[in-house]
Design a protein. Structure first.
Length: 316
């Protein structure tokens, strides 16, 4: 970690001078936004990327920029995956062999709904789908591989609810549901790291930074602008500077930093932002920087793992 990167660093800057020929990465959600840029930057430095997408026909033209960037033997292969379906997750996992995994795909603040297996959509897609997928392919991961799981600043909104993860006993709130799913992703990285570090496999969660991707597709332009204003107002009230939006190449930087550049034994089990290990900050402000301590709680991570196995087993 000799070279210092930060909030404004881009994925290409992080990978400058690095030859990834012979390295293979599996990335979920590569057809748009941060996942697309993450794949493009890795492929342009010689990596072979297997990219998971929900719709192969739509993804082929959407990922043309990734293939155009291929150099030094870099390549992109697409594979079908719907994280909201455990059947699709199992079919995808059976086709995979990878050195590194970047769990990027997700949905944000959706209207209430359930996946085909009966899980609340955000918890099921953002977290449980990745949990099922990664655990299924874990025996195939190479020793010393890395797992990068995308969390979010939104984890600060809510801890996981182990008693009612699917909003069966309480009123649904789309932002609380999103926050819980992103806390779950951070806790997943904590427990996965603990379980597999004896093979040299290390896991970390990443806050990519706020950027205008298609993730908030359920927002009207007015609602999105209102959210950004709420964020700025909350940060101002806490004496924090406004949160600058990142360009997508900047938002992909921490993922590739964690997957390639950072010392994996230093970042393992941590929550990362702006190409660094984030400090713990338990102020209740949901729009502050840093990570809430509950998102790194080792005991809660073990409990969530057990609950997740129970939920998936019941749905099988």
């Amino acid at each position: 970690m000799a070279e210092k990167f930060g909030a404004k660093s881009t994925a290409d800057e992080v990978l400058s001078g690095i030859d990834l020929k012979g390295k293979r990465f599996f990335i979920t959600g590569v057809s748009s936004g941060i996942g697309l840029e993450t794949a493009r930057s890795l492929v342009s430095h010689g990596a072979s990327v297997v990219g998971a997408v929900r719709n192969l026909a739509k993804a082929e033209p959407a990922t043309a920029s990734v293939r155009d960037a291929a150099s030094q033997g870099g390549s992109l292969e697409l594979i079908n995956l719907d994280l909201a379906s455990l059947q699709s997750v199992r079919a995808c996992a059976d086709k995979l062999l990878a050195d590194g995994h970047i769990a990027n795909a997700g949905v944000m603040a959706t209207p209430f709904g359930r996946t085909i297996d009966g899980f609340e959509v955000q918890f099921g897609t953002n977290y449980l789908g990745h949990f099922a997928l990664i655990n299924r392919i874990e025996p195939l991961l190479a020793d010393n591989a890395r797992l990068v799981v995308l969390s979010s600043q939104a984890h600060r909104v809510a801890d996981v609810d182990l008693d009612d993860p699917n909003f069966e006993q309480q009123a649904y709130d789309p932002f609380v549901a999103y926050g819980r799913s992103k806390t779950a992703n951070s806790l997943f990285a904590v427990e996965f790291d603990r379980r597999h570090r004896d093979r040299g496999i290390r896991a970390a969660s990443v806050m990519p930074g706020n950027s205008l991707t298609d993730l908030p597709r359920h927002f009207s332009p007015e609602d999105l602008q209102g959210l950004l204003q709420t964020v700025d107002a909350a940060r101002t009230e806490a004496g924090l500077p406004p949160k600058e939006l990142k360009e997508i190449p900047q938002a992909a930087a921490t993922s590739v930093w964690a997957a390639v550049v950072a010392n994996k034994d230093e970042i393992g089990g941590h929550y990362l932002e702006d190409c660094a290990i984030a400090p713990i900050d338990d102020t209740p402000n949901p729009f502050a920087d840093g990570v809430r301590s509950y998102a790194l709680d080792a005991n809660k991570a073990k409990q969530l793992w057990a609950k997740s196995e129970e939920l998936i087993s019941a749905a099988s």
